[in-house]
Design a protein around this ligand. Structure first.
Ligand SMILES: Cc1ncc(COP(=O)(O)O)c(C=O)c1O
Length: 489
């Protein structure tokens, strides 16, 4: 058979366009049916899914239609409904309709953000968005920054540039010569509640988990600036070298925002790079009510933002911002085929020199279209909604005799536990773990199970702006009923 008789490639031919339209229509119809499913999850177990899902790779292929049917049957129907009111376990958002439209454009055009000749208009859109994001943070005008796959990669960029700048000040180029000296003395400071990607990234960078010094947190999971100060003095006395302080604006569970201004003052005093992981809290950049929670963010040397959290963009969509563009020299690499001297001298922009990735998706389009479609006011409202709802839920939880509020909410999460009449900590922990498991297995709800101060608790991450207090009361009722069933079993 000649490939042109049955061309599988997206192109301008009439046959390809018809196949594209059929495939997209069939898929979007299936999505519509899936959206109408009342259940949050069909409840299949790991074993059931392993049993059910098989790979059907034949010599001749199934064709688009049958393949889409199989994907609907085996993937779509057993997907988690992230838009469901009872789906509140993680920083995992339902997505904007406009983000879906953006994905259609991103996917069909398949631009690659590494060089301008692979993404002419897209490169300019991304640069303009970076300029705009810098303005929101309070950085000077410029375009130092790039879209990333998310918080983990943005944190890696911040830590890597902090490390390389630290060594550069001592006349050593990590880029050229690699790690050197007594590495056991190199430290990064972050709070006990910082995201684990700090540890993972330090290990990846050859410095190990042991390079991470955890600073104590206060009762709201915020970094204790007095402990930071003491630990910095201690590090100095021990001959340790602190290459970065990572502050968090929106810790994963409590949504805590570290005291950014105080941390920045200590970082400046000790001439230490300050990176702020604002993967979650960065959403408040758009807020009218809560923007001030981020005061001090502009003092950071680098910032992580994540749009697939409370900006409601589809996965993946994040950004890294660098205060001083000169630091990008630390990761400069020229590849003749992408960012040659010739092109740079002739003003051809390229984003490969600002990114850890080479081939990269045009995720920036989603944020651009999101901001244009919703406008700043509606965007602010859907972000603020979660923060306000969390406060209402906390008040309600506090009034329930069998529920215990673990901490006052700061962003859009509520930490609490079911409290039976027992002081047995292990028993209460296991009961709460089981409540989460049973709710997911029943398909009724996905509630987070985590730890606060080392003790198991439940977590509601109330990002979804269509959820209201009434929905959360239904969920809390399910929590109570499940607890009673488990206690009576
Ligand atoms: C505070 C914080 N930073 C970083 C990350 C990692 O982000 P990503 O999953 O986009 O890599 C998360 C993920 O939840 C997070 O909560």
């Amino acid at each position: 058979m000649n490939v042109s008789d049955n061309n599988p490639i997206l192109s301008g031919s009439a046959q390809s366009i018809a196949a594209y339209q059929d495939a997209i229509e069939q898929s979007s119809k299936a999505v519509v049916e899936w959206l109408k499913q009342p259940e949050m999850y069909q409840g299949k177990t790991v074993e059931q899914l392993r049993e059910r899902i098989n790979l059907n790779f034949t010599a001749e292929g199934l064709g688009n239609q049958a393949t889409i049917e199989r994907a609907v049957e085996y993937f779509l129907k057993d997907s988690l409904s992230v838009h469901h009111a009872q789906c509140v376990a993680h920083l995992h958002c339902p997505s904007l309709v406009i983000s879906q439209a953006a994905e259609v454009l991103i996917n069909a055009t398949n631009q690659s953000m590494d060089s301008w000749d692979q993404s002419p208009s897209a490169t300019i859109v991304e640069i303009k968005l970076i300029e705009w994001l810098r303005e929101q943070v309070g950085y000077q005008a410029g375009d130092a920054g790039v879209f990333t796959s998310g918080g983990t990669q943005s944190n890696l960029m911040g830590l890597m540039l902090a490390r390389d700048a630290f060594f550069a000040r001592q006349g050593h180029s990590i880029q050229q010569d690699g790690l050197t000296g007594d590495l056991s003395k190199i430290k990064v400071f972050c709070s006990e509640s910082a995201h684990f990607s700090v540890q993972k990234n330090m290990a990846l960078m050859g410095l190990g988990y042991r390079s991470v010094t955890q600073v104590k947190t206060d009762v709201f999971s915020r970094m204790d600036a007095a402990d930071l100060k003491a630990k910095l003095a201690q590090a100095q006395a021990n001959g340790e070298q602190v290459m970065a302080i990572v502050a968090t604006a929106g810790t994963t569970d409590a949504g805590a925002i570290d005291p950014l201004t105080e941390i920045a003052a200590l970082a400046a005093e000790h001439q230490i790079w300050m990176h702020v992981d604002a993967a979650w809290g960065g959403a408040l950049l758009l807020s009218e009510k809560y923007r001030h929670f981020l005061n001090g963010l502009e003092l950071a040397d680098s910032v992580t933002l994540d749009f697939h959290k409370q900006f409601f963009q589809t996965i993946s969509c994040g950004a890294f911002l660098l205060k001083d563009a000169r630091h990008y020299e630390l990761m400069r690499y020229q590849a003749a085929y992408l960012n040659s001297d010739f092109d740079e001298e002739h003003g051809v922009p390229n984003l490969v020199s600002k990114s850890l990735q080479t081939t990269r998706r045009f995720d920036a389009l989603k944020l651009w279209m999101g901001l244009e479609a919703l406008g700043k006011k509606q965007y602010a409202e859907i972000i603020d909604n979660g923060v306000t709802l969390a406060r209402q839920v906390a008040e309600f939880v506090s009034a329930q005799p069998d529920l215990e509020l673990v901490m006052q909410p700061q962003l859009a999460s509520v930490l609490f536990r079911f409290r039976p009449q027992s002081d047995d900590v292990a028993f209460v922990a296991l009961l709460n773990q089981r409540i989460g498991d049973v709710l997911l297995a029943s398909g009724a709800a996905n509630v987070g199970v985590t730890e606060a101060d080392g003790v198991t608790c439940l977590k509601l991450t109330l990002l979804n702006p269509t959820v209201c207090l009434k929905d959360v009361k239904v969920l809390l009722e399910s929590v109570k009923q499940t607890a009673e069933q488990l206690l009576n079993a």
